[in-house]
Design a protein around this ligand. Structure first.
Ligand code: C2E
Ligand code: MG
Ligand code: MG
Ligand code: MG
Length: 281
C-alpha cells in the first residue's frame, strides 16, 4: 500500500514530483490519518436573533489540528477532502458529532437550538446522502427540526432535477435547508423558486463592504427583500462591527452570526460561558 507505510516514503520524495504535488500527497496522507485517529473536532458559532439577544442556532465548523503541528484552516484542507472523496466519511462524522452535541445541550436544559451543518457539493451529489442523513438522525435521536443543512448555490450547477429531488426528500424529513454564501455562486436566481429551501445566508463579503465602501448596501437590501418576498428566512454571516449590525437591522435582517457576537468556540467553551446563550443587549 503505497500511501500508508513508513517503508514507502520514497513515494513522497519521487524526484519526478514537483514540490506542490509532494506537499499535496503528504497532506492527503495526513487527512486519512486524521479521520482514523480522531484528530478532527468541531467548533460551534452561535447565531442570534439580535433584537431579543436570543440564541437561535449554532453552526458547526470543522477544525483540524495535526498532532505536533499547526492548526490548518478548513479553506486549505476541505478542497482536498473533496477531491479525494474523504469529505464523505468526514462529513458523516461531522453530521453525527453535531447532532449528538445538539442533543446533549438540549438534555442539559439549554434553550433548544438548531445546529447547522455545512454540506459540500461533493457530499450532496453522493447517491446515499438522504439515507445517510436519515440514519444519523435515527441513530442519534435528534429532533429533525433541530437540524439545518447549509448548501451552496454551486450544487445547482449539475442535474437540476436530481438536486430538487434530494432537497425535497430532506425537507420532507423535517430538516431545514439554508443557502450558504448567498450571492457569490454561479447559478441563476431561477433556482430559488424551484429549490425547497428555508433560508438565505448573506455572504460575508457583502457584509464586510457595509463598512468599507457602502457599495454593497443596495445588494444586502435586495437580498433581504428577495428573501421576504419569497417567504424565506434570512441571516447575515461575518458581522464584525456595530455599524454592520445597525445597517442589517435597519434592512430587517435580524438574525446574525459573526465575531461581533461570538467567535466559533469549542463545545466546552460554549457550555462554560453564560454569555453565549443570551446576548446582553
Ligand atoms: P462558511 O460555512 O461560510 O462558514 C463561515 C466562516 O466564516 C467560518 O470560517 C467562520 O469561522 C468564519 N467567520 C465567522 N464569523 C466571522 C466574522 O465575523 N468575520 C470573519 N472574517 N469570519 C467569520 P471557517 O471555520 O474557517 O470555515 C471556512 C469554510 O469551510 C466554511 O465557510 C465552510 O464552507 C467550510 N467548512 C467548515 N466546516 C465544514 C464542514 O464541516 N463541512 C464542509 N463541507 N465544509 C465546512
Ligand atoms: Mg456555512
Ligand atoms: Mg457562509
Ligand atoms: Mg462564507
Amino acid at each position: 500500500q503505497a500511501r500508508s507505510g513508513g517503508a514507502c516514503n520514497h513515494r513522497f520524495f519521487d524526484p519526478a514530483m514537483n514540490a506542490a504535488e509532494q506537499e499535496r500527497l503528504v497532506l492527503e496522507h495526513a487527512l486519512h490519518r486524521a479521520l482514523k485517529q480522531n484528530e478532527f473536532v468541531l467548533h460551534y458559532q452561535p447565531q442570534y436573533d439580535v433584537p431579543s439577544g436570543r440564541i437561535v442556532g449554532v453552526e458547526a465548523l470543522l477544525r483540524w489540528q495535526p498532532p505536533g503541528g499547526e492548526r490548518i484552516s478548513p479553506a486549505a484542507f476541505i478542497p482536498l477532502l473533496e477531491e479525494t472523496g474523504l469529505i464523505v466519511p468526514v462529513g458523516e462524522w461531522v453530521l453525527r458529532t453535531a447532532c449528538l452535541q445538539a442533543l446533549k445541550w438540549q438534555q442539559a436544559a439549554h434553550p433548544p437550538i438548531r445546529v447547522a451543518v455545512n454540506l459540500s457539493a461533493v457530499q450532496f451529489r453522493q447517491a446515499g446522502l438522504v439515507q445517510t442523513v436519515r440514519r444519523v438522525l435515527d441513530e442519534t435521536g435528534l429532533d429533525r427540526r433541530c437540524l439545518e443543512l447549509e448548501i451552496t448555490e454551486n450544487i445547482a450547477l449539475h442535474n437540476e432535477e436530481a438536486v430538487i429531488s434530494t432537497l425535497t426528500q430532506l425537507r420532507d424529513m423535517g430538516i431545514r435547508l439554508a443557502i450558504d454564501d448567498f450571492g457569490t455562486g454561479y447559478s441563476s436566481l431561477h433556482y430559488l423558486q424551484r429549490f425547497p429551501v428555508h433560508k438565505l445566508k448573506i455572504d460575508r463579503s457583502f457584509v464586510k463592504d457595509i463598512t468599507d465602501a457602502k457599495a454593497d448596501r443596495p445588494i444586502i437590501k435586495a437580498i433581504v427583500s428577495l428573501a421576504r418576498n419569497l417567504g424565506l428566512a434570512v441571516i447575515a454571516e461575518g458581522v464584525e462591527t456595530p455599524q454592520q449590525e445597525e445597517f442589517l437591522r435597519s434592512c430587517g435582517c435580524l438574525e446574525m452570526q459573526g465575531y461581533l457576537f461570538c467567535h466559533p468556540l469549542s463545545s466546552e467553551d460554549i457550555e462554560n460561558r453564560n454569555s453565549v446563550w443570551q446576548l446582553a443587549r
